[in-house]
Design a protein around this ligand. Sequence first.
Ligand SMILES: [Zn+2]
Length: 249
Amino acid sequence: MAAEIGREAADKAGRPVVVAGSVGPTGEIMEPMGALTKASAVEMFHEQAEGLKEGGADVLWVETISAAEEFKAAAEAFALADMPWCGTMSFDTAGRTMMGLTAAELVKLIMKLPNPPVAFGANCGVGASDLIRTTLAFSAAGPERPLIAKGNAGIPKYVDGHIHYDGTPALMAEYALLARSAGATIIGGCCGTMPEHLRAMREALETREPGPRPALEEVVEALGGFSSASDGSGEDAPQRRARTGRRRR
Ligand SMILES: [Zn+2]
């Protein structure tokens, strides 16, 4: 149903718009640590893939993955559905995924997949700065495929009984520019991202020139500190600090 709505909107856009069908993580832990078998993970992904294909999606998009096994199961399922796909993992645990993968390890995994994604990267996680640090780690690992950056609009805070993301459209515009300078070519927003964020990001990308690869200090300056000292691969990084940095537009 969502794919059909997307297809309809895309076809009315008057310019080429790709419809990506979002495939969620299974939400379960796979064998041998958990109970989910590879066969049933492949089956679950395959079922979603066929539905999205039927609804008119051009490409499948699996995100918020934390385990290599689950990523492999998705790749296998999407081959069965004969659909191109994009895949992103969430690096939300001190620079690594919940299951311990670093950005460089995801690059290695992708190079070994028989049915690799057309593009890959990171989504969600903890704030825009971490996402840029992860993107820098991907590009440093020499991936041969386009990079995706899909960070949250800031950090979730509980305000007046609901979850509010504190990232402003101006901050997300800075994030989008840094994501591009860090090597990402597919740039978007995850949790908390609203149309006004996307509008500001697009405007920034279209009106400002690509910059050089940013240093970690520049990322902290523009977007705030990282959630952990390193990206999980042993490098030191600036500590989190109050978000008092200047806001450039
Ligand atoms: Zn998210």
